[in-house]
Design a protein. Structure first.
Length: 316
């Protein structure tokens, strides 16, 4: 007996199991079955599918009624449970529990995982669970009725994210290049009062602290509360220091006595995070070398993920 976790190869394993001609019956409890499902998994006469088959799921493009109709005409039994969220499969003498739906997003873009086991009591439990959901039977006529409601779903992330190894896609991260500047008395007043107000926004003052920087002129369009920033700090003649990712809490816009626009940007940063030199950073993440003079969103999804993971693990 064994129990095994599949991550990068989760879909290949599920395909392999479903296409085995000697597999036995396939029972599946999976909420969403999208376009192209028949190419992803093999269902045959005598198999069972339990999914969410209602107008809302069809209109949202999460369930393709044409796929369901085709399965029904092959002799697959299909049932609906409107609040189903579990993903459980029994394929002959193997049970699989995981995160994936039968969809293009799941196979091509999302980070999925499945746990596979041939332990008899586990298989029985999974089988009993799926069989216990069989109540609201879907007929070919009803499935046909919903076909006109279906609208294809747009990919969750950019099409370019379809790679041999799926990218980990995080929230927006931007690099901001800052040089050392002198704070005048007006800047200091804004910093003090703004920090007091920003601290009131913190939900966890034990783990997080307020920091700020000054931006001269109109702030970039991506400067919005919640976005993560990595600060590239230092004087022009010195080596650069890179801060850990921090989220914008608040931006205070003001004018100087000369009428110039300035902004004080207040950040929420984890207390335990440490700054790191750019030289040290590029040794740990070679692709970060291009950040030396960069200001703007980091469009390389893998680099953005690696930067966040570096500080999350504090591995330097």
């Amino acid at each position: 007996m064994y129990t095994r976790l599949f991550i990068e190869d989760a879909w290949e394993r599920l395909k392999q199991l479903s296409r085995n001609k000697n597999r036995g019956k396939l029972l599946a409890a999976v909420p969403f079955i999208g376009a192209g499902a028949s190419k992803r998994m093999r269902f045959v006469k005598g198999d069972t599918i339990v999914l969410r088959f209602d107008e809302a799921a069809v209109r949202a493009g999460l369930v393709d009624p044409k796929e369901i109709t085709n399965f029904l005409l092959k002799g697959v039994e299909v049932f609906s449970v409107r609040n189903l969220h579990a993903k459980v499969f029994v394929i002959g003498k193997i049970a699989v529990v995981g995160s994936l739906d039968i969809s293009a997003d799941s196979e091509n873009q999302l980070i999925e995982a499945i746990c596979e086991s041939d332990e008899p009591s586990f298989i029985r439990s999974c089988s009993d669970f799926i069989k216990g959901l069989r109540s609201d039977e879907i007929t070919p006529d009803f499935s046909k009725q919903l076909e006109p409601l279906y609208r294809p779903r747009k990919p969750l992330v950019a099409k370019a994210a379809k790679l041999q190894k799926k990218r980990r896609v995080t929230s927006d991260l931007a690099m901001v290049r800052l040089d050392d500047v002198f704070f005048d008395s007006q800047d200091e007043d804004i910093e003090r009062s703004g920090t007091v107000n920003a601290r009131k926004m913190l939900k966890d003052t034990q783990k997080y602290v307020v920091e700020c920087f000054r931006w001269q002129g109109i702030v970039p369009s991506y400067f919005k509360p919640g976005i993560r920033l990595v600060l590239n700090m230092g004087s022009s003649g010195n080596s650069r220091i890179i801060s850990s990712p921090a989220r914008i809490l608040h931006i205070r816009k003001y004018r100087t006595k000369n009428g110039n626009i300035r902004n004080m940007v207040f950040l929420e940063r984890r207390k335990s995070s440490e700054d790191i030199s750019l030289a040290q950073l590029t040794k740990l993440i070679p692709s970060a070398a291009g950040l030396k003079n960069k200001s703007g969103k980091i469009t390389d999804a893998q680099l953005a993920f690696d930067l966040g993971r570096l500080w999350a693990g504090n591995s330097f």
